[in-house]
Design a protein around this ligand. Structure first.
Ligand code: NAD
Ligand code: ZN
Length: 262
């Protein structure tokens, strides 16, 4: 039996939980942050992915911050789900997959039709109240308008106007912010607990396009291994997790998910 056939058989037994990373969205045109040409090459994460770093860039280099916001959101607003997202949504519809734990913030699993998506790092299309944690989705149209504003020549005054216009006040009176987890911030504890529990209830864990170097997300497959779950990995190349897994399927996530689900 070849690897694809063997993995199809394992998946058909159900109770599969997927853990996805930036690689699942690469074929949708969203580059991974870490690789060659990734966002972190141009924008160091210590400046652009931490609360302190972002405040520093805001104070000292506003044009660079607006350029970053444009680069960050442009790919996100233009992307549409690919065959890997649709394949995972079909697996849920067929009652094979019980949920997706994702590190991505691009909303593409939900847009492909997946219902149970545990977003460990939040969602770039959602706002969260900084006091009461109430949430509100941000439409692609609103984000495009924000990008247009950001392109119209940054000044501190324009930036403040933009923040008050787009990041509305919550009903409780506090300001809303983008609902993503920056470096050094804790993961949302309810989502983390749900993810941990879904690994415990799973029979098989399917890793798709994740390097396994971002913690604490990368501790989930390690936990699955301790619990003797079957682990399958789909990746362009071997990763830090490959030595843990039962089957490594090398190739593009879209092509492989197509073969696994068609
Ligand atoms: P990573 O960038 O560390 O690793 C991506 C992995 O995907 C690599 O192992 C790479 O070999 C693999 N890959 C790349 N293209 C692929 C393809 N077409 N098919 C299969 N595999 C492919 O990603 P990570 O482990 O998810 O961690 C990155 C962090 O950055 C996460 O915390 C995430 O929040 C964030 N991020 C999110 C997005 C997004 O929302 N789309 C994009 C980039 C980064
Ligand atoms: Zn509030």
């Amino acid at each position: 039996m070849d690897d694809i056939a063997a993995v199809r058989k394992i998946l058909s037994e159900g109770r599969v939980v997927a853990i996805t990373g930036a690689g699942v969205s690469q074929e949708s045109g969203i580059p991974t942050f870490r690789g060659v040409g990734g966002l972190w090459e141009k924008y160091p994460p210590e400046d652009f992915a931490t609360p302190d770093g972002l405040m520093r860039v805001y104070k000292h280099d506003l044009p660079r911050l607006t350029q970053f916001v444009r680069d960050f959101y442009l790919a996100l607003t233009e992307a549409t789900p690919n065959r890997a997202h649709f394949g995972l949504a079909k697996m849920e519809e067929d009652n094979i997959l019980s949920g997706i734990i994702t590190q991505n913030i691009d909303d593409l699993h939900a847009r492909a039709g997946s219902k149970k998506v545990m977003e460990l790092h939040g969602n770039a299309f959602r706002l969260r109240c900084m006091r009461c944690a109430k949430k509100k989705m941000f439409s692609i149209v609103e984000i495009r308008r924000l990008l247009d504003h950001a392109s119209s020549g940054p000044s501190k005054l324009k930036m403040v106007k933009m923040i008050t216009h787009f990041f509305k006040k919550c009903d409780c009176g506090s300001r809303m912010r983008i609902d993503i987890v920056l470096f050094s911030e804790p993961l949302p504890s309810d989502v983390w607990q749900e993810a941990w529990q879904s690994i415990e209830e799973a029979k098989t864990v399917l890793l798709v396009g994740t390097s396994g170097v971002v913690y604490p997300a990368a501790s989930l497959p390690v936990h699955a291994k301790e619990l003797k779950k079957k682990i399958i990995e789909v990746n362009l190349e071997r990763s830090d997790l490959s030595d843990l897994v039962d089957h490594v399927l090398l190739g593009k996530a879209g092509e492989i998910l197509d073969q696994l689900t068609s």
